[in-house]
Design a protein around this ligand. Structure first.
Ligand code: ADP
Ligand code: GN1
Ligand code: MG
Length: 353
């Protein structure tokens, strides 16, 4: 452990001194570490990405409030993320230089998947996210801070994409004409969900907004859903954002940055399974929400493709990348998924009705 990490771990109320701390997981946003204390107790330590989340105090207020609320509704100690306070009793610490850190109890005897190994795994993730939304139905949404403005405003994501395209700071737009054309050809659909919300036809709820399969923990033995993690983007939103983002990531037949696009499809079977689980765990969804499931899946996938391409055009500042062009490969899988959903549209409607 280097000396600056040692200084960080000394700020938290861990059960015993931390003896090791190493990078952990496959998140794209925060700096995540696994910290182990001399008793063997494990913790997750995270450096919060401040360029993505400039108002850390507001972000941590959200997480403290939501986890405290969920704790009252669950019996299982692994049923909700547990924040470890700092030695000063705060939810996070700001180090000299400005970096902000927080810590959680490690969810033990649990697994976190990049793709479902069985259909039941995906069904369990649907229960986890559906249940999360259901449990927060009576949370006072107006008290939550908007941690990222216009996070799932697809129209605004297009606006930012156009800006990146016009500036083209890395001279990359010439080599991605096909992807640009695909995205522009669908711009007129970007407001489909927001329009319905504005007309009062879709309700605003407390949503997670980042419902990737790797933001759910399953029990390692029973493989039943335990809890939802990565609560940075919990905000008022549409249920379709949560539904759609889960399909985008978990119903895909290949990894998010798969280079061989012939392997990338949206599995209709997994779509169907997720739909059943989500509805079962969140029975209060309206007919309109249910009817818009296919559009939620498509728009969240398209939006993600737009975001990956924007980041590629801007020089890969937002998402963590591990090799050149990773954002471009990520974008291509998303666009392939959108095309596949368009082909399977009628069947998706049948699954959702
Ligand atoms: P990011 O915002 O960068 O995606 P996450 O909060 O999702 O960060 O954490 C990244 C990964 O770390 C998760 O996908 C999961 O594998 C692991 N992780 C995060 N929190 C916990 C926890 N409390 N217990 C066990 N694993 C965790
Ligand atoms: C990011 O934090 P992580 O890796 O769970 C991103 C999501 C994207 C996703 C694409 C705060 O999720 O919005 O859909 O990458 N999170 C943020 O994999 O931007
Ligand atoms: Mg995550």
């Amino acid at each position: 452990m280097n000396s600056s990490l040692e200084e960080v771990v000394a700020q938290f109320c861990f059960d015993c001194p931390v003896i090791s701390c190493r990078p952990y997981g496959e998140g794209h946003i925060n700096g995540t570490y696994l910290a182990v204390s001399s008793s063997g107790h494990r913790y997750i330590l995270q450096k919060i990405n401040r360029s993505v989340f400039p108002d850390v105090a507001a972000l941590m207020e959200n997480i403290s409030a939501v986890t405290a609320f969920l704790l009252k509704k669950t019996q299982d100690p692994r049923g909700v993320l547990k924040l470890i306070p700092t030695t000063r009793g705060a939810a996070y610490v700001q180090m000299q230089g400005g970096d902000c850190w927080r810590a959680f109890d490690f969810v033990e005897d649990a697994i976190c998947l990049q793709s479902p190994e069985t259909k039941e795994d995906f069904y369990q993730s649907a229960l986890a996210f559906g249940n999360f939304q259901n449990q927060l139905a009576d949370f006072p949404a107006e008290t939550l801070h908007e941690t990222i403005k216009n996070f799932h405003d697809t129209v605004d994501r297009y606006r930012i994409f156009h800006e990146a395209l016009a500036l083209d700071p890395c001279n990359r737009s010439g080599s991605v004409k096909r992807e640009i054309d695909f995205i522009l050809a669908r711009e007129n659909q970007a407001s489909a969900l927001i329009d319905l919300q504005r007309q009062g036809l879709l309700p605003l709820r407390v949503t997670h907004n980042d419902t990737k399969l790797n933001n759910v923990m399953l029990d390692a033995r029973t493989r039943k859903a335990l809890c939802v993690i990565d609560l940075d983007t919990v905000m008022p939103g549409l249920s379709l954002y949560d539904f759609g983002d889960s399909i985008r990531f978990g119903a895909a037949t290949a990894r998010e940055d798969e280079k061989d696009l012939s392997k990338v499809e949206m599995s209709l079977e997994l779509y169907d399974i997720y739909t059943r689980g989500f509805l079962e765990a969140c029975p209060s969804l309206t007919d309109m929400e249910r009817r818009m499931f296919p559009m939620g899946a498509k728009l969240m996938t398209l939006e993600c493709g737009v975001r990956f391409l924007t980041d590629y055009l801007e020089g890969d500042h937002y998402y963590a990348t591990h090799y050149e062009e990773q954002n471009l490969f990520r974008c291509r899988t998303q666009l392939k998924l959108v095309a596949d959903m368009e082909e399977k549209w009628e069947k998706m409607i049948v699954c959702s009705s």
